[in-house]
Design a protein around this ligand. Structure first.
Ligand SMILES: C[S@@+](CC[C@H](N)C(=O)[O-])C[C@H]1O[C@@H](n2cnc3c(N)ncnc32)[C@H](O)[C@@H]1O
Length: 324
């Protein structure tokens, strides 16, 4: 959809991140049902809130994936080529990558993230803790093509995409992401992907509706950003967090539900909500190991190994572009 955004306070350029943000918000809120892209959760506040989520007792994915990476560190190290550059898509707090950096000898680490200030802080922390490692932070949207730094051009590449962030894409977008990652990393690359597994609904429900309300704050941060950065007038107290499992589509859906009939404004546009109408803000798809391997194959990657925890809550997949 081609959206006209006006009036814009300081003039605009189509590449201006604020213009792109406003255009995406207007596009999403003009659709039926209304939706917003999940990447806009992540400014510095959103990145900190996500870190809080990862420490919640109900949120099993982070501690389970960390345990797999810790327990299977030697197996993972055995498939890493010497002198490789590790490229992490959506680096966040860089907690998981530290386990890989401690066990495998990488020549360089390229954390990629859309949340620039948070990313640069994390990169500085890693430089201090791993003084022999070259760290090249790249602020980019990984759903669009971007260039790797020249310094890693000739190194073998290993992609790292933990956190089941791949589950935030619908299957067609996930395939497009994996194909794009293959283009960025190049022939001969390896990719390590964390993927959340299908499981009992009450476990999923608790993980995305935590009792401390942190996930609710994280969800609301997208509208808070629209108000803060774009001058919107969304009444945050008039929207409620809701996370439900859509069994048919194998996904948790996060919504912001309007608590009353209301109208909000952004730029010169009005958005009307009926009571109970929702904005779909994020999906978290859950996979079986077979369904994910099929998706990987269809996207140009060969499954190389899978590691899971004893209770089959989470999976870590190694993929390669090499064909035997
Ligand atoms: C679910 S968190 C995972 C963080 C970390 N890798 C982990 O496993 O704990 C997703 C991360 O990806 C980043 N992110 C989300 N969408 C992005 C996009 N389109 N481009 C680049 N980074 C993105 C967020 O800022 C956040 O740091």
């Amino acid at each position: 959809m081609n959206v006209h955004v006006a009036p814009w306070p300081n003039g605009h350029h189509p590449d201006d991140p604020r213009f792109v943000f406003a255009r995406d918000v207007i596009t999403g809120l003009t659709q039926q049902p209304k939706q917003l892209p999940p990447k806009y959760f992540y400014d510095e506040t959103g990145s900190h809130l996500f870190e809080e989520i990862t420490r919640l007792p109900e949120y099993y994915p982070t501690r389970t994936e960390l345990k797999i990476l810790r327990d299977r560190g030697a197996d993972i190290a055995s498939i890493i080529p010497p002198g490789a550059a590790l490229v992490e898509f959506g680096a966040g707090a860089t907690t998981k990558v530290r386990l890989l950096l401690e066990r495998c000898r990488f020549a360089a680490y390229v954390p990629v993230d859309i949340s620039g200030a948070f990313l640069n802080g994390q990169a500085n922390g890693l430089r201090a803790d791993f003084p022999d490692l070259a760290v090249h932070a790249v602020v980019a949207d990984f759903t669009t093509p971007f260039l790797l730094p020249d310094a890693v051009k000739d190194m073998p590449k290993v992609g790292f995409f933990p956190g089941s962030t791949i589950g935030n894409f619908d299957p067609a977008e996930a395939a497009a992401f994996l194909q794009g990652a293959r283009d960025i990393l190049g022939e001969g690359a390896t990719m390590i992907v964390g993927v959340d597994l299908e499981k009992a609904e009450p476990v999923l429900h608790a993980a995305y509706n935590d009792s401390a309300g942190v996930t609710a704050k994280f969800n609301e941060n997208v509208l808070a950003r629209v108000n803060r950065e774009l001058g919107g007038d969304f009444d945050l107290s008039a929207f409620a967090h809701q996370a439900v499992y859509n069994r048919e589509r194998h996904r948790i859906e996060m919504h912001l539900v309007s608590l009353k009939a209301q109208t909000a404004h952004l730029c010169d546009k009005s958005f009307s909500f009926s009571a109970g109408e929702s904005i779909h803000t994020e999906s978290s798809y859950k996979y079986s190991t077979e369904r994910f391997q099929r998706l990987a194959r269809e996207s140009g990657w060969m499954p190389q190994a899978i590691w899971t925890d004893r209770d089959k809550m989470f999976s870590v997949h190694a993929l390669t572009t090499k064909r035997d």
